[in-house]
Design a protein around this ligand. Structure first.
Ligand code: 13P
Length: 340
């Protein structure tokens, strides 16, 4: 493990005013997103869409890294330039999702465990060759009647630890992502409790499995009211609870904490991040690694048509810029209205 290299990549990913573009939707997930705009999910459409995103001029001013899917890291732009090179030219660090998805946990039909450890060491070596410098693994924790079980949290935490240790062995910065879903009727207190417990167990596993925290990032959900709960917490309460949860569980040695958007609206995701950073200084850099909350307007503007590349890129650039401002607490909702 080359400690210095891991640390400098991790720090680069949370550089001031920048965050990560999560563009690692699996084939199944991107199909769902494309369905929303009535576009067929062919390999060519997926390639073209990602070419549009990665060739956005000036994206590197606000985006430090981009997470790719296995198919994408092997694709080229229309002119033959590897998509990875499009990112590197802008100073954006390429990364790769390495889990193979959340599957039903044996003996716990309503819960999931993330798979992908078999053959991971060999896959990581190939991703290094393809230009990746960091990895991502997402565990899914669901809140419901009697769940999550300690068994589910423990099984996912153990897998996250094994994945993170293997990534660092390969010289890749792991982004450890436990997502406690916002879907459900739970209160914000329940979301807080489950997120806190999950983080405690994960950091114990990372310690036991000798993961160097300075060369790793945490990707986490914000603490929110369940989407089906009639009481919806406001921006201040979300910021309070999320920060309290992180301060109680995440060691300051961790290079940075980045949030997933998880189904929040674009503007909510930006406003929440901004409010937390406004309350700084914090023990770690606090930034974003959004999928939907960065891509949704770009996807809508693109509509599957190459002639809309510029409109899609403007939409992505605008959201990236606003989230960049939220990293220093300098975003305001007025900035939403500024012409893109
Ligand atoms: P969302 O921001 O759309 O939740 O996606 C982020 C991500 O990478 C989930 O794994």
């Amino acid at each position: 493990m080359e400690s210095q290299q891991l640390r400098s990549t991790a720090q680069g990913l949370v550089a001031e005013g920048k965050g990560i573009l999560a563009a690692d939707e699996s084939t199944g997930s991107i199909e769902k997103r494309f369905k929303g705009i009535d576009v067929e999910s062919t390999e060519e459409n997926r390639r073209s869409y990602r070419e549009m995103l990665f060739s956005t001029s000036g994206l590197g001013d606000f985006i430090s890294g981009a997470i790719l899917y296995d198919e994408t890291i092997r694709q080229q732009a229309e002119d033959g330039t590897p998509l990875v090179d499009l990112l590197q030219k802008q100073g954006i660090i390429p990364g790769i999702k390495v889990d193979t998805g959340a599957k039903t946990l044996a003996g716990a039909p309503d819960e999931k465990v993330t798979e992908g450890l078999d053959g991971l060491r060999e896959r990581l070596a190939e991703y290094v060759e393809l230009g990746a410098r960091f990895t991502k693994w997402r565990a899914v924790i669901t809140i419901g009647e009697g769940i999550p079980s300690p068994y589910c949290i423990q099984a996912n935490a153990h897998a996250l630890g094994r994945y993170a240790a293997l990534s660092q062995e390969a010289g890749l910065v792991p982004i450890v992502e436990p997502e406690t879903l916002m879907d459900g009727a739970h209160s914000i207190q329940q979301h807080y409790d489950v997120t806190e417990r999950t983080l405690q167990i994960i950091f114990q596993e990372l310690y036991d499995q000798r993961v160097e925290l300075e060369g790793a990032l945490l990707k986490i959900n914000m603490v929110l009211s369940g989407t089906g709960n009639s009481q919806q917490a406001g921006i201040e309460e979300v910021a309070d609870r999320t920060l309290r949860c992180l301060q109680r569980t995440v060691p300051p040695a961790v290079a940075g904490v980045v949030f997933l958007s998880g189904g929040q609206s674009d503007e909510q995701a930006t406003a929440h991040l901004n409010e937390m950073n406004r309350r700084g200084p914090l023990p770690w850099a606090l930034s974003f690694s959004y999928g939907r909350a960065l891509q949704a307007p770009a996807l809508k503007a693109w509509k599957g048509d190459r002639s809309n590349f510029e409109a899609g890129q403007q939409a992505l650039h605008h959201r990236a810029k606003l989230n960049g401002a939220a990293c220093s607490g300098s975003y305001s909702s007025d900035m939403e209205k500024v012409a893109v």
